[in-house]
Design a protein around this ligand. Structure first.
Ligand SMILES: *Cc1c(COP(=O)(O)O)cnc(C)c1O
Length: 343
């Protein structure tokens, strides 16, 4: 079977970089949504908890329930309000005024405000109404947060949203008296926003991709020494010698320009691996050429190794497919066995 190995020392390296930006790991909400960006939710949650991370972010209730014992708080980003019941140490995101009306009393919640991304969250001028509803239904408001639409682009957008968020802080601190609400925490930064900032001044940051070893900031930030955590391996099913001019796989896309070895490995697009169409060259970690098109359950490689590292840096595949490392990682099937690399 194909398998995934996670590099623990790289994860620790990334945590130290994040910690140095935050001042303390206590300010970290580690984003473990969607199977920890394909790395394996439980495996990552256990290791982070052991390292001293106290808070995590997930997508839905199911993910929250599977890891809540490991953390002080687990923030759920996008559960449907009708599925929500209060659960101790699970914080549910309020994404609209509508959902505030549906959430049961006493639920621990985080209020998302839209400072310019125009995706989820209440608008700034709905803040008064939101506070009123929160107070009326005795919700336990943990924090107020926002998300940047272009934290990784060096232009004015980021600063505009950050100013909007600073206004929210001021406005809430006025409204809390009006509606007898308590002090809350504020958080806005994802990985890119945290890594680019020199003085972090929220209570928490929600960091995902940097944990896993990547960032999407411009080349001028290349001194940020994050290291990829995930390495994907495949195992050999069969091996053959290709003769000059023989072609391989669907459409015969690859043609041997000399006699060569080709092995079939047990990893295909059914495993969430992006499908190569054979038009553009791509190599494995050790520089072996991938031959022709990816099949559903297999891939041909110019190698005779029994086990081969397909990639140890998702950025290589992201570039090939004109996408981002997030997508390459998160699509890896949960069926692939994952474990930490043992030296
Ligand atoms: C996914 C997500 C994050 C983490 O973003 P990264 O770029 O991976 O650090 C933070 N906040 C919210 C609301 C998210 O959806």
């Amino acid at each position: 079977m194909s398998y995934i190995l996670l590099h623990k020392e790289n994860l620790h390296n990334n945590l130290e970089i994040i910690k140095s930006k935050l001042g303390s790991l206590d300010k970290l909400f580690a984003v473990l949504k969607d199977n920890a960006y394909g790395h394996g939710l439980l495996l990552m949650a256990e290791e982070l908890s052991k390292y001293g991370v106290k808070r995590a972010v997930v997508r839905d209730v199911e993910e929250a329930l599977s890891i809540k014992e490991l953390f002080l708080d687990v923030l759920v980003l996008s559960e449907h309000p009708q599925n929500i019941t209060p659960i101790s140490n699970v914080i549910f995101t309020i994404n609209s005024l509508e959902s505030l009306k549906l959430i049961p009393k006493n639920t621990k919640v985080a209020l998302k405000v839209d400072t310019g991304m125009h995706r989820n969250g209440i608008s700034i001028n709905e803040l008064d109404a939101a506070c009123k509803l929160i107070s009326a239904s005795s919700l336990n408001l943990h924090s107020i947060f926002t998300h940047f639409r272009s934290a990784d682009e060096i232009d004015a957008n980021f600063f505009w949203q950050r100013d909007n968020f600073e206004n929210i802080k001021v406005k809430y601190n006025e409204l809390k008296h009006k509606y007898s609400l308590k002090d809350v925490f504020f958080h806005s930064c994802n990985s890119a926003a945290l890594l680019r900032s020199n003085h972090f001044n929220d209570d928490f940051a929600r960091v995902g991709i940097a944990l896993y070893g990547y960032h999407t900031l411009p080349a001028s930030f290349k001194e940020i020494n994050l290291k990829p955590v995930l390495e994907l391996f495949a195992q050999k099913i069969s091996q053959r010698e290709l003769l000059f001019n023989e072609r391989i796989g669907y459409g015969g896309k690859f043609r041997a320009n000399e006699d060569m070895t080709s092995s079939v490995y047990d990893l295909g697009y059914a495993d969430g691996l992006f499908r190569l169409n054979g038009n553009k060259e791509l190599k494995t970690t050790n520089g072996s050429l991938i031959l022709g098109r990816t099949s559903m359950d297999s891939i041909s490689i110019n190698s005779s190794l029994d086990g081969i590292s397909v990639f140890n840096n998702a950025e290589v595949w992201a570039k090939h497919f004109d996408t981002i490392s997030y997508e390459i990682l998160v699509k890896l099937s949960p069926k692939i066995k994952r474990s930490f690399y043992k030296k």
